[in-house]
Write a protein that binds this ligand. Structure first.
Ligand code: C5P
Length: 217
């Protein structure tokens, strides 16, 4: 599967569909987060599934165990590929999520990549190990912690990294960032990219250049 997950961070279903059509050949998994989901959740998920692509539903669930379990059941009915929960929701909440029969891949947010303070590698590892012990499939983490997580949790435990920036663009609100090449070389299973692509004038060219950089190294 292609390594870049494209974050559809737009609040308009037509715009989202246009982005998907333009990036179709470069992307297998589209990330639907709260901005788009609140506007047109089911419609965009059915559209993405209907054209043979996969949905990563990034709602970062954090609630009482029963609510999270029922939210996962609800997501499962929409036939999505993966979804996110917050690892800080704790063991009972994470176990409730994975108790759902035939659930999509569940990835836990370890620490947000916009966070600067109170983030130590030890915190990230503790949360990743907790997620693994509760049966989750992987974690969303900063590119700076990929190798550590793979070392502690094993290579089959997915690491998905946002906070990806091309060399020459700014960080926006992301703090713990790295380039696509760095993240892939460190062992990321997928990289999540939004603004670096969506703010460019030519999505295809940016995506083409990133894949070339990744493959040439
Ligand atoms: O635009 P940018 O490339 O920064 O987008 C990153 C995407 O990844 C956003 O949709 C954001 O919600 C998401 N994300 C993140 N940090 C996490 C988890 C998800 O930036 N820990």
């Amino acid at each position: 599967m292609k390594k870049i997950i494209l974050a559809l961070d737009v609040d308009n279903v037509d715009k989202a569909k246009q982005i998907i059509r333009e990036t179709y050949h470069f992307i297998d998994i589209y990330k639907v987060g709260p901005i788009l989901f609140i506007q047109c959740g089911k419609e965009i998920i059915e559209f993405i599934n209907g054209i043979g692509k996969k949905v990563f539903l990034d709602l970062k669930l954090y609630d009482i165990p029963m609510t999270v379990q029922r939210a996962v059941e609800s997501a499962q009915k929409l036939d999505i590929f993966s979804l996110t929960v917050h690892s800080s929701g704790g063991k009972k909440m994470l176990q409730a999520a994975t108790s759902v029969y035939n659930h999509p891949k569940i990835w836990a947010v370890s620490v947000l990549t916009s966070t600067r303070t109170r983030t130590t590698p030890a915190t990230v590892i503790k949360r990743a190990l907790l997620a693994k012990s509760c049966g989750l499939d992987g974690v969303i983490s900063s590119p700076l912690e990929i190798d550590l997580i793979k070392k502690e949790c094993g290579k089959n435990f997915n690491v998905i990294t946002p906070g990806i920036r091309l060399n020459n663009n700014n960080h926006d609100d992301q703090i713990r960032v790295a380039t696509p090449l760095y993240a892939i070389n460190k062992g990321a299973d997928f990289i999540v990219m939004g603004r670096s692509i969506l703010n460019s004038k030519n999505y295809k060219m940016v995506l083409h250049n990133i894949y070339q950089t990744i493959q040439d190294n």
